[in-house]
Design a protein around this ligand. Structure first.
Ligand code: ADP
Ligand code: MG
Length: 698
């Protein structure tokens, strides 16, 4: 929408005016008629039917009934006083309760005549009760009434200024009357026909004032499709544009890689690793800039893939950078990659916050004169001072911890041409989310684990079984294995969490006298952390008590047990990441999830999912369902996910279709010149102009 009419400032709508307009601007981002029409209800109250008292159930949403008050009673005294109205219908009895406005209600509610009430039933002992229900005397009219009441997103401020749901509802109604027959169709006809989508005008009416559940569902489907379709179209256009304009550095010399393959390969690569390396090589030599996402579950062997790519780049005379999210990880990458690189005569350096100034200077120098081929590090890599001679390939490990902005800073580290970018993530991203978040990236997947891995056995134990768990730890240690014990540490409660960790450490030391124990947490300085980590890596300590700092990347094949304390406090993807720390050697490994006795429904689902499957993608799907995309992967800041109506967790199928259609459209009619695509052309251009629409998804 975006013709003159819909761009009218909201102030001019009857019933709004300058003051309310200012509030709507500020509180809800509603500036124009179009904005108001797109302020969709987030739920609906079901007043399509009347319930009887016998039909009431626990956990019901608000419902309406016709009841007859029989007795009014004041219970309690002073501020705790409440009004209880005992009411009945032909099926049973219930109570209506007021804590405020008691006098007024006492007077207003009469016994012996029927009332229409609307509220949320709650069961107390055997009887249902409704606190502060909406109530009005039953009339022929209001007993006929059947509708879905839209409930709009509102803020407290608006409510105090009397801009409540009912008022907003009226404003939308007013606007829809004005807009009738002015609402243009925004999807091409062939799509409407093919997917039986409701037309735009109807959809807007039904979303705000649904006649029934079916029409509402159809309206929502239509609007979601539209939103997903245009989001995808825009991403795909971006990708095409980038491919057209960018000149990739040609990296096509595989001499070094072949030498590595023939003489120094530490193990046979898996089929998936080989395939992915081929996919990346095809990009590197193509003359177009690569932007590729490499997904591979924990332990799938991404490091060696990264190294192979570095060899192609270095062999072709370009420099490489590998950026990791934490110091520990960067150090580990440095160690592994140095080991692999040494026999090939490749020069590798490490740059992190704790590298000494004098050493840093040397690194800067060698980077600029080109004598350094591979630089591994943390955020320190993207600092302004770090200048490359000719950066050809930038690899980012564990993408979700870096923002898009940081990604783009790496792009700009090469002045003459953008380096190729490979983003590696161990967090499997559900397809839908990858499409939306990284719709502009190509995706490679390592979907095969190195041979000989036994799947980790996952077990849930309540805290009351701690002794048995300790017994199990003891057996494993006696068998020569090592154990992780992980505690949650989240910012808000950092102090108490730290205390739990220290208490846990002490009780472990007490329970296992004579067994050397390491401890690592975020409050320690890098050197101490590294020292403790190393003791564990070398097998000097048998138990590692830690916070989630060990979540990513750490590799100790001899560790076979991962115990997670307060597992109910971790998100699914985090639990999965932690579990990935074990099962890296040949022996059977275990993950034990410890929880308190009481679990929320969501926590139970998380734990059950972990016990049920080791498949990271399956886990990611459940995670997306439970948490929604905003919380997943720390992507909250990404405006990309700020959809008005579609839900990436629930609308995966629709997204799939929308994306396919967007791809087909761009293939058949790249410039949107065909008459049947005129609406798409218009809509894209409007969206480009209109700040309200596009700013949300750009
Ligand atoms: P991630 O994908 O989690 O980064 P890593 O690259 O750290 O995984 O690899 C996990 C472990 O598996 C490492 O010890 C690595 O040496 C080993 N590994 C990787 N690929 C293979 C392979 N093809 N065969 C045997 N071991 C492998
Ligand atoms: Mg890794």
């Amino acid at each position: 929408m975006g013709n003159r009419f819909f761009d009218t400032p909201i102030e001019f709508l009857k019933g709004v005016g300058p003051q309310r307009a200012a509030l709507l601007n500020k509180e809800l981002g509603i500036f124009t008629y179009a904005d108001l029409l797109q302020h969709f209800p987030f739920r609906y109250e079901d007043r399509t039917r009347f319930y009887t008292i016998a039909e009431l159930q626990e956990n019901m949403p608000a419902v309406q009934l016709v009841v007859i008050p029989e007795k009014k009673e004041l219970v309690g005294a002073g501020r705790k006083q409440r009004l209880v109205v005992h009411a009945r219908d032909h099926t049973g009895q219930m109570e209506l309760v007021w804590f405020q406005g008691i006098k007024w209600m006492l007077d207003k509610v009469k016994t012996g005549i029927p009332y229409v009430v609307f509220g949320t039933p709650v069961k107390y002992s055997a009887r249902y009760s409704m606190a502060h229900p909406e109530i009005e005397p039953a009339t022929g009219q209001n007993q006929q009434r059947a509708y879905l009441q839209p409930v709009y997103p509102l803020t407290e401020k608006l409510r105090t200024k009397h801009l409540d749901n009912r008022t907003l509802n009226k404003l939308v109604h007013e606007l829809l009357l004005l807009a009738r027959n002015k609402i243009p169709e925004t999807l091409p006809h062939y799509l409407l026909a093919q997917y039986r989508l409701m037309d735009k005008q109807n959809a807007l009416f039904q979303i705000h004032f649904p006649e029934n559940h079916d029409l509402l569902a159809a309206a929502r489907r239509r609007l979601k499709f539209e939103e997903l379709f245009y989001t995808q179209l825009r991403l795909l256009k971006l990708k095409i544009l980038r491919q057209e304009k960018s000149h990739g550095i040609v990296l096509n010399n595989t001499g070094l890689l072949t030498e590595f393959y023939n003489h120094h390969l530490p193990f046979q690569l898996t089929g998936a690793q080989k395939r992915v390396i081929r996919e990346i090589y095809a990009d590197l030599k193509s003359g177009k800039q690569m932007n590729r996402l490499l997904q591979g579950d924990v332990g799938s062997g991404k490091t060696i893939v990264a190294f192979a790519c570095m060899l192609i780049a270095a062999g072709s005379g370009a420099q490489c950078a590998l950026m990791a999210p934490t110091e520990i990880l960067a150090q580990q990458h440095f160690k592994n990659i140095s080991r692999l690189a040494e026999p090939l005569g490749l020069k590798v350096a490490l740059l992190t916050g704790s590298v000494k100034k004098s050493d840093r200077k040397v690194i800067h120098q060698q980077l600029e004169d080109g004598s350094l081929s591979v630089l591994i590090g943390t955020h320190a890599l993207i600092e302004e001072k770090v200048q490359f001679h000719n950066l050809g390939l930038a690899i980012i490990d564990e993408q979700h911890r870096f923002g898009v902005a940081q990604r783009s800073r790496l792009w700009h580290k090469n002045k003459s041409a953008e380096p190729h970018v490979l983003v590696m993530t161990a967090t499997p991203i559900p397809r839908t989310l990858a499409m939306t978040l990284y719709g502009d990236l190509d995706v490679s997947v390592i979907d095969e684990l190195p041979p000989g891995r036994k799947p980790v056995q996952t077990i849930h134990r309540f805290d009351s079984h701690r002794l048995a768990v300790f017994g199990f730890i003891k057996k494993q240690i006696e068998a020569g294995r090592q154990v992780y014990l992980v505690y949650p540490l989240i910012e808000e409660s950092e102090k108490t969490d730290l205390k739990h960790l220290m208490d846990g450490y002490e009780s472990i030391c007490r329970a296992f006298p004579g067994v050397p124990v390491s401890i690592v947490h975020g409050r320690m300085d890098a050197e101490a952390k590294e020292y403790e980590m190393q003791r564990f890596v070398k097998g000097e300590t048998k138990i590692m008590v830690a916070t989630t700092v060990i979540e990513v990347g750490v590799d100790v094949p001899n560790a076979t047990v991962m115990i997670i304390e307060n597992a109910e406090r971790f998100g699914l993807s985090q639990l999965h990441q932690l579990r990935g720390r074990v099962g890296r050697g040949g022996s059977q490994s275990y993950c034990i999830l410890m929880t308190g006795p009481k679990l929320t429904a969501d926590a139970r689902k998380r734990i059950q999912t972990m016990v049920k499957t080791n498949n990271g993608f399956e886990i990611a799907e459940v995670d997306l369902e439970l948490r929604g995309p905003g919380d997943l992967l720390g992507t909250r800041q990404s405006g990309m996910l700020d959809l008005l109506i579609a839900d990436l967790g629930k609308d995966q199928q629709l997204l799939q279709i929308a994306r396919e259609e967007a791809i087909r459209l761009l293939q058949n009619d790249p410039l949107l010149q065909k008459p049947e695509n005129q609406v798409v052309y218009n809509q894209i251009n409007l969206q480009r102009q209109s700040s309200t629409n596009w700013s949300r998804i750009s």
